[in-house]
Design a protein around this ligand. Structure first.
Ligand SMILES: Nc1ncnc2c1ncn2[C@@H]1O[C@H](COP(=O)(O)OP(=O)(O)OP(=O)(O)O)[C@@H](O)[C@H]1O
Ligand SMILES: Nc1nc2c(ncn2[C@@H]2O[C@H](COP(=O)(O)O)[C@@H](O)[C@H]2O)c(=O)[nH]1
Length: 193
């Protein structure tokens, strides 16, 4: 039986609305590496068009807390301080890495810093849109948040920008295809290291 080459862990963080999901989706489509997204668990409600198990595992607060108590999460955070939890499941990561996949965690800064301190040796990327004005424009255009939620996301964004120095690479997502090319080159260069 052939043993697959070892997998890698990749962390993608950045303010809500920076375009992380858009860029990661495209990266997985077009970068010739065995990339896969780790599907996080969350207690937030699904948005229109989101499917359980695809964008997230949508859980009740009780189920999420039970999993937390069991130690099922590599990390979990109450992102935006609005009572909604998000977490990376150990099993998602372990299964992907064992199969030689390059597993992408799309997670907030606090969760990312926790994973950086582990022995998983992640490649770390911080995606931002170039300006706070552009971020607000994108979040408003996406139209998925209430005004209260949007304001919480913008406030958190200002805080998250201060953590950019914790990351190995900062990517400006001013153009999706350009950002994807840049990230794909970074990942390819790290192959074999
Ligand atoms: N380079 C870009 N230029 C203009 N609009 C963009 C760009 N990249 C993404 N967008 C748009 O910005 C919005 C936010 O993108 P996306 O949902 O991917 O952000 P995100 O960082 O994953 O947000 P969240 O953290 O809230 O999940 C979307 O409507 C998306 O189509
Ligand atoms: N610490 C973690 N943060 C996570 C995880 N999954 C997503 N996120 C972060 O949440 C925000 C908001 O996501 P949205 O889908 O509600 O727009 C996003 O910016 C991610 O940074 C996780 O498992 N752990």
């Amino acid at each position: 039986m052939t043993v697959p080459p070892p997998g890698r862990l990749i962390i993608v963080s950045g303010p809500s609305g920076a375009g992380k999901s858009t860029v990661v989706r495209r990266l997985i489509e077009c970068c010739q590496l065995p990339l896969e997204l780790s599907v996080s668990a969350t207690t937030r409600a699904p948005r229109e068009g989101e499917t359980d198990g695809k964008e997230y595992h949508f859980l009740s607060p009780e189920r999420f807390e039970a999993l937390r108590q069991e130690g099922a999460f590599l990390e979990s955070k109450e992102v935006f301080s609005l009572g909604r939890w998000y977490g990376t499941l150990h099993e998602q990561v372990a299964t992907g890495l064992k199969m030689g996949r390059w597993v992408i965690l799309e997670i907030d800064v606090e969760g990312a810093i926790e994973v950086m301190a582990s022995d998983l040796d992640p490649i770390t990327l911080f995606i931002h849109p170039g300006s706070h004005e552009e971020l607000e424009k994108r979040l408003r255009a996406r139209g998925t948040e209430t005004e209260q939620d949007l304001q919480a996301r913008l406030k958190t964004a200002a805080e998250e920008m201060k953590s950019l120095a914790h990351y190995q690479y900062a990517i400006i997502n001013d153009d999706v295809e350009r950002a994807v090319d840049e990230i794909c080159s970074i990942l390819r260069q790290s192959q074999g290291t």
